[in-house]
Design a protein around this ligand. Structure first.
Ligand code: NAD
Length: 265
């Protein structure tokens, strides 16, 4: 399978190139970077810190989408929206890891998924996707007597908050209770907030250092507390999940899928 990487010089992009090159049955179809980016024109393997692969990084994604069987995208919401349109045009499978995607961008992605398989997950790790399933079950079992708070910590370079994973955990908890996250979400508390409303799902965001991604979902009631925690110590888990998703997409019909579909959870 020929897999391309848009944003191939990024933190995740480089990890993805290394993971594809190391996966039997997969080859690196190529990669893109922003127009004027320092990696454009360089060998994609050298950019990723491995041996030269004989493919230069380009700045025109249309070329890559025409060439690849699947493309993996960990870039920015604006770029991902454009990549989804290109994936639809060329009917190339697209794996989206980009987070911070807004409602209009999400609608474009859903429209593109009527033409080609798109797998989108704010967190591609097997462990977090298992946690999503657990959180939905626990939230449904415990009900509103248990207050739900989601605490996350990431490295100092992260630009969106709460993390896409934290929001995904919030959606899973809300689904377990049969409500929509937007109706019960409390992302920021500051000043005289008054007592905690029943049924609220709260978020707390920590940023610092090189933390790859820590998430804890707290279920607190009078007399006891349950905490479900996942800690990622290497970005490789996300790259492995994304490559697994690309391989899974090979024989799929157009549609918008999640990592839970890929993992059969
Ligand atoms: P990064 O800034 O290191 O990398 C992003 C790369 O995309 C950069 O090299 C940038 O130049 C490139 N890029 C931006 N616009 C582009 C365009 N139009 N064409 C080509 N390349 C373009 O960031 P990162 O830490 O690698 O994270 C990228 C995204 O992935 C973020 O949204 C992050 O939250 C998300 N992420 C998701 C998961 C997951 O499992 N789903 C895991 C880690 C990070």
């Amino acid at each position: 399978m020929k897999i391309g990487v848009v944003g191939c010089a990024g933190r995740m992009g480089q990890m993805l190139v290394r993971e594809i090159a190391a996966t039997p049955g997969c080859t690196v179809a190529g990669g893109t970077e922003r127009v004027g980016g320092p990696a454009v024109g360089k060998d994609i393997g050298l950019v990723a810190g491995i041996e030269a692969l004989g493919v230069a990084v380009v700045d025109d994604p249309a070329v890559l989408f025409a060439e690849a069987d699947a493309v993996i995208d960990f870039t920015s919401p604006e770029a991902t929206e454009r990549h989804a349109a290109l994936a639809a045009q060329s009917e190339t499978a697209l794996i989206i890891g980009t987070t911070g995607i807004g409602p209009a961008q999400q609608a474009s992605i859903a429209a593109a998924a009527t033409h080609t398989p798109i797998i989108q997950a704010p967190n591609m790790s097997v462990g977090v996707n298992l946690l999503l399933a657990l959180v939905e079950k626990v939230a449904g079992t415990l009900g509103e007597d248990y207050d739900i708070e989601i605490v996350e910590m990431h490295h100092r370079h992260k630009v969106d908050a709460p993390s896409g994973t934290a929001l995904g955990l919030g959606r899973a908890a809300a689904a377990g209770r049969g409500v929509a996250l937007d109706d019960v979400k409390q992302a920021v508390r500051d000043g005289h907030t008054g007592p905690r409303p029943r049924g609220e799902i709260g978020f707390a965001t920590l940023r610092g250092g090189d933390v790859v991604g820590d998430h804890t979902v707290v279920f607190a009631t009078d007399g006891e507390r349950i905490e479900l925690t996942h800690k990622a110590s290497s970005r490789q888990v996300f790259a492995k999940g994304a490559v697994r998703a690309a391989l899974w997409a090979a024989d799929k019909q157009p549609g918008l899928y999640s990592m839970r579909d890929v993992l059969g959870l």
